[in-house]
Design a protein around this ligand. Structure first.
Ligand SMILES: [Mg+2]
Length: 186
């Protein structure tokens, strides 16, 4: 059965840890008090005791570069989707900056600020969960895929993701590994 990939954004398509942490540091948080990456932005800001507005004032949507090989692989996909916990305005402006055009792109605002879910994204794409594979860098991402019965693969080109791998994870070491995986599905 052919698989269609859905991606997380930060830490999966773009190497954004530093860009995501920078606003917290600029707003005076100690490095150890910065919330874990991958939370919905509203939750992360609440945890840090700052407003989303002040976070975004200090966030540079042009600071993060794609992981090596990502742009080329995205260009070879017939269709792909995106489900991210990031703010919608900055997420869309990053997609435009990078020239990436997913079939569906859902951001934190689209999930009402709650943890992202794949079900509405799959519905928007007309895609059964069994024909989707979600690629992400955190345990939140793995849980998202598991919850709807979609396959999951770890963005192993991000060393932080690789360090958090669980037994049984399908680890993609390079973005081109995804193309091979998709080709292996008749
Ligand atoms: Mg991520």
């Amino acid at each position: 059965m052919p698989l269609t990939p859905l991606f997380d954004f930060d830490g999966t398509l773009v190497d954004s840890d530093a860009a995501l942490i920078a606003p917290f540091l600029a707003l005076g948080l100690d490095a150890h008090a910065v919330p874990p990456l991958g939370l919905p932005l509203g939750q992360a800001c609440a945890q840090a005791g700052i407003t989303v507005e002040s976070y975004l004032d200090h966030y540079d949507p042009a600071a993060a570069a794609p992981f090596s090989g990502i742009t080329d692989v995205l260009g070879q996909l017939a269709s792909w989707g995106l489900a991210s916990n990031k703010d919608r305005t900055s997420g869309r402006s990053e997609l435009a900056r990078l020239g990436w055009v997913p079939m569906a792109a859902w951001f934190s605002d689209d999930f009402g600020g709650a943890e992202k879910q794949l079900a509405p994204v799959l519905a928007a794409m007309g895609l059964p969960a069994a024909e989707a594979i979600y690629i992400g860098d955190t345990s939140h991402d793995r849980d998202c895929a598991t919850r709807v019965g979609a396959r999951f693969a770890l963005a192993g080109w991000n060393p932080r993701a690789r360090a958090g791998a669980l037994r049984g994870d399908h680890i993609l070491h390079h973005p081109t590994d995804l193309l091979e995986l998709l080709r292996s599905q008749p």
